[in-house]
Structure formats: structure tokens, C-alpha cells
Design a protein around this ligand. Structure first.
Ligand code: HEM
Length: 414
């Protein structure tokens, strides 16, 4: 459980990983923000940052608030058996883009960004149109009811990113499972048996990505994203090492769809709970980009992200010690009344890109335009295919974890 220092006296403790909090964290976050923008949570030993300006400030000070290791370290310590499972995989796990700093980060990021050319994004957009139509048609065949996350959001986004990378189709199903294992091991609270099972999934993912890159190293002549990285690494090993290619592929398989799938769930939920908005999109799909930005503001799929202080830092009048873990509460920033007058209201007419859902500064999301394009195509296809879509329940279950936010199941009827 979470307790507070004197600056939060009188404000109730909360367990940030409890199902209740994960179901609806917003009332607590709003009340917490009124007491100050920076809070210390002793149970997880981290400093929460809640205000828009302060989260942005941290993102723009990468030399003080480091990314090293932050995207991969489990928030809950692993039990010995789970550690053993991971240690048995003797892999040279190089830092990836999101968990590196300085020159190393700039080098990895520029190698990756080259692979996301406008041409490739245009191809992905066309593919998204087709995939969305096929999945919507399959939903249509299911007698007026469907569970949206497993039948649309997850396959739509994972197939896209796995194919972009170049993973063979037969492997997609277990890759999806392993990515989920990775998410829960890093950001969730599992019991020992759950940790061991998820550690096996993560070990499988790492081994698979290593073997996959080795294979493309020897035989690869294709035009997938992995082939671009392999070619760059073979030609310029000092710009990109082989183990770094493995690390990028492994983290991309996860970052590229666990986020966008949740965005789709969040959009459909927000539209389904805001009277008249689904019908407006169905009549005018040109409104889809506004709905997407508003969903990103209100329920960002990366709800919280970490940094580590490299020295004693001052933030919003608070002193944070060196080597402290800082939790950037992106989900709280989108409802900060000092910046967004519309607060918790889903207001497409005032939607903008001011939110921090894709971060800011040198680590800001390089996949943002792809995610936006995929979401726009999905929404436009869905609203045309199901003009009278309704939610079966307005309070669906949410995945319990510290960072990735979205309903775990969303039943729809039409
Ligand atoms: C709605 C979907 C998405 C959301 C909300 C999202 C959010 C974010 C955020 C907040 C960051 C910044 C993390 C930081 O500051 O440390 C980030 C980084 C990153 N994202 Fe995304 N992302 C999404 C989709 C994607 C996609 C589709 C891709 C790949 C095609 C991708 C690849 C990455 C990578 C490689 C980074 C690390 C960048 C760096 O550290 O320089 N993301 N994302």
C-alpha cells in the first residue's frame, strides 16, 4: 500500500497496482494533483509526477532524468525462480532505444527512424484499410455481438507490426502471447507462479528474436524492417551492433502494438460512453482524427512511464534524490485543469495534439504517425460497417498494471 509524506497528509493511501485503482485511477489522480504535482510512493519506492508542465519538464531534461534501463526493469521485484528462468537465457541483451541515453540513444534512434520511411508508412496505411475491412467483416458474421479487443484491436495492430518487422505469419500467435507476458512481468504484479510463467514467455521472446535476426543475417534479402536494420548493421557495425538489432526488434514487437491496440479500445469505449459521438463519426469519418487525439488525451495507452534521476533534482519545488525512480503520470496530465479546460469531458471540438500521450523531447514516440494512421483507418472502417454500435457494458474490465491502459475486454452489439 502507498503512504505519503507530510505534503499529502490527510490524503488516503492507494495501491497503484490494485484492480480497483486500475479500473478507474482518475478520481484519485485528480485529488492527488490538488495536493501537489510531485508525490513520493514508498511502497513502490517511486516519485510520481502528476502535473502537465512538470511531466513535460522531466521529459525535456534527459540528462537529469535518465531513461537507462527504465523501460525494462520490473516494477515489482522478481522471485528467485523467475530470475533463474531469465538468467538461463544467456543472451547479450543490449539496451534498446527507449532504455538508453545520450549518444547511444541517438545512434539507435536514428537507425530505427530511417526504417519508418513515409513510403513504408503509406504502405502500412493501405494495409490497415484492408485488414480493418476484413476484421470488420468477420465481426459482422458474429450475429450482432463481438468482443472487440480479441476480435479486432489486438489482431489488427499485432499483425501489422509483426508483418512490418518481417516475422513469419505462423509465429504471430505465440509472439502475441509472449509480448503480453513481457508487459505483465515488467509492469504488473503477478504471484510467483505467474512470474515464472511470464518469465518463460519473455525468455522465449528474446530467444526467438535472436534466432530470427541470426537467420536474416545469413539469409535475409527481403524488404522488411528487420532487413533494413540487418543491412545497416552489416555495413556499419559501429553504427548498429547485431545485439542492438535484436534489442530493437524485440522491443518494437511489443511497443508497436500493445499501445495501439489499447488506443483502439479506449477510443471505442469513449465514443460508446459519450452520447451521439459514434453516430457523428459514422456520418463524417473526417472527424476520426479528432476522436483519436481526444482519446489520447483522456486515456493515453501509455498511462505512466519511468525515468531515473542521475543526480539530486529539483522539480515543482520538491527535491528528488539521486538514483530515484520517477513515475511520469501521463494519464493525469491530459486532465490537468491548468492546461485542459475541458477536463474529463470527451470534447472532440477542442481536440488538439497538446497532450503528452506520445511523450516529448528526444524520446518522443517515433511511431506516432503510424499509430495515428492505423487508428484513423480502423475508426473509419468500423464506423461505416457498424453505424449503430453500442457497448454491452459501460464499465468493462481493465488490465491491472502500472503503465499500459486499456480495457482487457470490450463487448459490443449492433
Ligand atoms: C497509440 C500508440 C502509441 C503510443 C501511445 C506510444 C507512446 C509512446 C511514448 C509515450 C513514448 C515515449 C517514451 C519515453 O519518453 O521514454 C514512446 C516511445 C517509443 N515508441 Fe511509441 N507509442 C505508440 C505507438 C508506437 C508504434 C506504432 C511504434 C513503432 C512503430 C512505437 C515505437 C516507439 C519507440 C521505438 C519508442 C522509443 C523512442 C525513444 O526512446 O527515442 N510506438 N511511445
Amino acid at each position: 500500500m502507498m503512504t505519503y509524506n507530510s505534503s499529502t497528509a490527510g490524503f488516503g493511501p492507494i495501491d497503484l497496482l490494485s484492480p480497483d485503482y486500475c479500473q478507474d485511477p482518475h478520481p484519485w489522480l485528480a485529488a492527488a494533483r490538488q495536493r501537489g504535482s510531485v508525490l513520493y510512493a514508498p511502497s513502490l519506492d517511486l516519485w510520481m509526477v502528476l502535473g502537465y508542465e512538470d511531466v513535460r519538464d522531466v521529459l525535456m531534461r534527459p540528462s537529469e532524468f535518465s531513461s537507462a534501463g527504465t523501460s525494462q526493469d520490473p516494477v515489482v521485484p522478481l522471485c528467485e525462480s523467475a530470475e533463474e528462468v531469465l538468467n538461463q537465457v544467456h543472451l547479450d541483451t543490449a539496451p534498446t532505444i527507449s532504455s538508453s541515453d545520450g549518444e547511444g540513444h541517438a545512434r539507435l534512434r536514428s537507425a530505427f527512424v530511417r526504417t519508418l520511411s513515409p513510403k513504408r508508412i503509406a504502405i502500412m496505411r493501405e494495409r490497415a484499410k484492408l485488414d480493418a475491412s476484413n476484421l470488420a467483416a468477420a465481426m459482422h458474421d458474429s450475429c450482432g455481438f463481438s468482443e472487440f479487443i480479441s476480435h479486432f484491436a489486438s489482431p489488427f495492430t499485432s499483425e501489422a507490426i509483426f508483418s512490418l518487422i518481417g516475422f513469419p505469419r505462423n509465429d504471430h500467435e505465440h509472439l502475441r502471447r509472449w509480448c503480453h507476458d513481457r508487459l505483465m512481468l515488467t509492469w504488473g504484479r503477478l504471484d510467483d507462479a505467474g512470474q515464472v510463467a511470464a518469465a518463460k514467455g519473455l525468455a522465449n521472446l528474446r530467444e526467438y528474436c535472436k534466432a530470427f535476426v541470426e537467420d536474416r543475417w545469413v539469409f535475409g534479402t527481403g524488404d522488411h524492417l528487420v532487413d533494413d536494420l540487418v543491412q545497416l548493421s552489416r555495413a556499419n557495425p559501429d553504427k548498429l551492433g547485431k545485439s542492438e538489432v535484436v534489442a530493437i526488434i524485440s522491443s518494437l514487437s511489443f511497443a508497436g502494438h500493445e499501445t495501439t491496440a489499447r488506443l483502439l479500445g479506449n477510443i471505442v469505449l469513449l465514443l460508446g460512453t459519450t452520447a451521439g459521438t459514434w453516430a457523428r463519426i459514422a456520418t463524417d469519418p473526417g472527424l476520426a482524427p479528432l476522436a483519436i487525439e481526444e482519446a489520447l488525451r483522456l486515456e493515453p495507452p501509455i498511462f505512466a512511464w519511468r525515468r531515473k534521476t542521475t543526480r539530486v533534482c529539483r522539480l515543482a519545488g520538491t527535491t528528488i534524490p539521486a538514483q530515484a525512480t520517477v513515475l511520469l503520470s501521463i494519464g493525469a496530465t491530459g486532465r490537468d485543469p491548468a492546461v485542459f479546460e475541458q477536463g474529463p469531458k470527451f470534447a472532440m471540438e477542442t481536440a488538439s495534439r497538446k497532450h503528452l500521450a506520445f511523450g516529448r523531447g528526444i524520446h518522443s514516440c517515433p511511431g506516432a504517425s503510424l499509430a495515428r494512421a492505423q487508428a484513423a483507418e480502423a475508426l473509419s472502417v468500423l464506423s461505416r460497417a457498424f453505424p449503430t454500435l453500442n457497448l454491452v457494458s459501460k464499465t468493462p474490465p481493465w488490465t491491472s498494471n502500472l503503465s499500459f491502459r486499456g480495457p482487457s475486454a470490450l463487448w459490443l452489439e449492433w
